[in-house]
Design a binder for this molecule. Structure first.
Ligand code: ZN
Length: 148
């Protein structure tokens, strides 16, 4: 029996892209001051910057955990997720002062350590028959038994 096929698309257009099998977050880099923004920004938000024109750039694929919080209650309906269970939301340092929020995955909640090495992965967030599968980015441990 054939499994029914649905298109898999990012939960928000322009958040990330799979480049040669590796998921990468898409940000904006200011061509004048080199500040990087994620999610993408239409112009530089640095008040001291005069040019403000930005170009699309891929963010580093790996980072370290700067801080995190555990969501133990179900978020409001606007934030959809299948198979809901408590999860960790991390603030991940990607280098050069760039920090990105993302869900942590493939790590037991009691094994999360500030400073641990993380890598970007893409996982399904929810799906339904009308729209297919929606994907989001998450951060997984870059080393140990959970790495893959
Ligand atoms: Zn700028």
């Amino acid at each position: 029996m054939m499994a029914q096929q649905h298109a898999s698309t990012p939960v928000v257009e322009g958040l990330f892209e799979i480049v040669a099998g590796t998921p990468k977050l898409i940000g904006s880099r200011c061509q004048a001051c080199n500040n990087i923004y994620f999610p993408q920004s239409l112009s530089c938000r640095n008040p001291e910057c005069r040019d403000k024109s930005v170009e699309q750039t891929f963010l580093p694929h790996c980072g370290t955990l700067y801080s995190f919080t555990v969501q133990r209650y179900q978020p409001p309906p606007l934030f959809r997720m299948d198979h809901w269970s408590p999860y960790a939301l991390g603030l991940v340092d990607l280098g050069d002062g760039l920090q990105v929020m993302g869900m942590l995955t493939r790590i037991a909640l009691d094994e999360i350590i500030i400073g641990m090495a993380l890598k970007l992965v893409v996982e399904p967030l929810y799906s339904d028959a009308g729209i297919g599968e929606k994907l989001t980015y998450k951060f997984a441990s870059a080393e140990g038994a959970w790495a893959g």
